[in-house]
Ligand binder design. Sequence first.
Ligand SMILES: [Zn+2]
Length: 71
Amino acid sequence: MATTPKLRLVKPAPCPLCGKPRQEQYRPFCSKRCAEIDMGRWLKEGYAIATEEAPEDTGSEGQSEKPPQPK
Ligand SMILES: [Zn+2]
């Protein structure tokens, strides 16, 4: 008679860093420490990417280094 929809018990994902059960407070991590570690990584990656995309071409301000190409 009672057709109760089965609630899927989703296992809480563990801390992606150390695999411990995560805390709501620091989700998705288990502790502030792990959160900070991940944040550090993130920032590092961000910096790495930013460094990679550093502009290399200098002197493109009005100075045309390209020789005129004859047709
Ligand atoms: Zn952790």
